[in-house]
Design a protein around this ligand. Structure first.
Ligand code: RTP
Length: 155
């Protein structure tokens, strides 16, 4: 069967500390579930500065880098792996643009935030970065392989 032989695309999604504080964990999960994606890993993490510096290493030269790492370490994040066809690009669509002012209503950022420095959620921007981020945040055994009785026909 196609879906059992081809490795399904996965993305790393995190509810950032402001999203957790504002009670937007459930809303984030709800939108990904209702879209039809499959949750394969989830945990609450108080990330260390070193971990966040590694996560955001491509942004090391940016002026907002240290503020970003401080913000991300300011409280727990909810880290998740979502799976499904096209989940990286569609996950970014569910999140909205990096800048909330460019995010349309109907997206998480378009609906729930106004400040780029407090933009409530993270999502991998490519299949490559998804692989890197999933490996950084999760151990292999924390990612669960399970069969959804609806997803075979939903796709
Ligand atoms: P994310 O990784 O969090 O999903 O965000 P992104 O790809 O949409 O945006 P990226 O350019 O990778 O930036 C990562 C996070 O840095 C913060 N940021 N602050 N003050 C600023 O101008 C600024 N620009 C970016 C945001 O929290 C952004 O999500």
């Amino acid at each position: 069967h196609f879906f059992s032989v081809v490795a399904m695309e996965q993305t790393f999604i995190a509810v950032k500390p402001d999203g957790v504080q504002r009670g937007l964990v459930g809303e984030t999960v709800r939108r990904f579930e209702q879209k039809g994606f499959k949750l394969v890993a989830m945990k609450m993490v108080q990330a260390s500065s070193a971990h966040l510096e590694e996560h955001y290493k491509d942004l090391k030269e940016k002026p907002f880098f240290s503020g970003l790492c401080t913000y991300m370490a300011s409280g727990p994040v909810v880290a998740m792996v979502w799976e499904g066809s096209g989940v990286v690009a569609m996950g970014r669509m569910l999140l909205g643009e990096t800048k909330p002012q460019d995010s349309l209503p109907g997206t998480l950022r378009g609906d729930f935030c106004i400040n780029v420095g407090r933009n409530i959620v993270h999502g991998s921007d490519s299949v490559e970065s998804a692989k890197r981020e999933i490996a950084l945040w999760f151990k292999r055994e924390e990612i669960v392989t399970w069969k959804s009785c609806t997803h075979d026909w939903l796709y």
